[in-house]
Design a protein around this ligand. Structure first.
Ligand SMILES: NC(=O)c1ccc[n+]([C@@H]2O[C@H](COP(=O)([O-])OP(=O)(O)OC[C@H]3O[C@@H](n4cnc5c(N)ncnc54)[C@H](OP(=O)(O)O)[C@@H]3O)[C@@H](O)[C@H]2O)c1
Length: 304
């Protein structure tokens, strides 16, 4: 029987797809929002507020049986910014869930980056959040998803890379031997919906990717680009000093605009890590889900 899910992050890229999936499955969704709600859909209730506001969080989880916590800080100029949202905010939400007395399941959208907490502020904050949630979840079945890089409709971070690829230019960040992995957002959203109805499992940091064993090399991405555009793709290595310079420019412009930067020196360490290959097999085994969208198909179809 479908029930009510409290969802955070629905105003963002991944959260919107998760909401669509849950609503299509017949769940009712209560979604936290920091801005004026733009959509009005049957079975969707917007709850104004922020992860910082305990009253809003109590209202968010009211009447729900499950929480899907997808809100997260993905850009930032300091470790404190990531910790504030990803660690403190997540714990506040767990507190509200526990206080309600009726939340049975809590899914935390972590990141594959949490596999290497020393690489970046973001990675560290996700790892610490996982640990803290696991330490305090008592009585609630906690799920941890560690998706790799997610792409699809509404994505702003990977889109430029794929757009350049299909124009014939692929900027290579990191070593030529690096391994990368990806997942289409609809496969991720499907996994979330499936986790909610599957038999509860002991807490485990599940990796999610498109199922390509050992992921992709830069050269493989170049080949795929060539296959899809039916023309050459130039693979252009971006030297580390250039990346650092770009990060410094991004930080400077973020100070002027007041917006948090995506590219920082901290983020570069994450982006240039040599192995971001992943395996979906543990999650597939436990919840009977498997990714169905391959990157080459998505590139051919304009990423949908
Ligand atoms: N995109 C990826 O490749 C990827 C990969 C692995 C994991 N993830 C994780 O997936 C989640 C969603 O990522 P995304 O790519 O969809 O990011 P996004 O588009 O930036 O969305 C982030 C969402 O979190 C909300 N949010 C941020 N801080 C909040 C706060 N203090 N209180 C309430 N809501 C807050 C945002 O609300 P506003 O709209 O009000 O800003 C937005 O809805 C994140 O936890 C991220 O770490 C993403």
């Amino acid at each position: 029987m479908a029930t009510t899910v409290a969802l955070t992050g629905m105003t963002g890229f991944i959260g919107r797809h998760i909401a669509d999936n849950l609503l299509a499955r017949g769940f009712s969704v209560r979604a936290l929002t920091r801005s004026e709600p733009k959509t009005s859909v049957k079975n969707l209730t917007w709850i104004p507020g922020d992860l910082d506001q305990p009253e809003s969080l109590s209202e968010l989880v009211y009447g729900a049986e499950s929480v899907v916590h997808c809100a997260g800080q993905v850009r930032g100029r300091s470790a404190a910014i990531f910790t504030h949202c990803n660690v403190t905010g997540s714990l506040q939400l767990l507190q509200a869930a526990k206080k309600s007395g009726h939340i049975k399941r809590f899914l935390f959208m972590s990141s594959l980056a949490a596999r290497h907490p020393d690489l970046s502020w973001y990675a560290h904050s996700k790892y610490v959040a996982e640990q803290q949630l696991a330490a305090h979840a008592a009585g609630i079945s906690l799920g941890i998803f560690r998706p790799t890089a997610v792409y699809g409709p509404g994505d702003k971070e990977l889109k430029p890379l794929f757009t350049w690829l299909l124009r014939g230019v692929l900027p290579q960040m990191g070593a030529p031997t690096a391994r990368l992995s990806f997942i289409h957002v609809s496969d991720l959203a499907q996994a979330v919906g499936q986790w909610l109805i599957a038999e509860p499992q002991p807490t485990f940091p599940y990796e999610l990717c498109d199922g390509v064993t050992r992921g992709y090399s830069w050269q493989r991405l170049q080949q795929m680009g060539e296959e899809v555009r039916n023309g050459t793709v130039r693979l252009i290595p971006v030297p580390l000093p250039v990346l650092k310079l770009l990060a410094d420019i991004s930080l400077l412009s973020s100070r002027l605009t007041g917006k948090e930067p995506m590219l920082t020196r901290s983020k570069i360490q994450e982006l240039t890590h040599p192995d971001w290959s992943a395996s979906h097999l543990c999650l597939s085994r436990d919840i009977h889900w498997r990714p169905v969208i391959s990157l080459i198909h998505a590139l051919r179809e304009g990423l949908f």
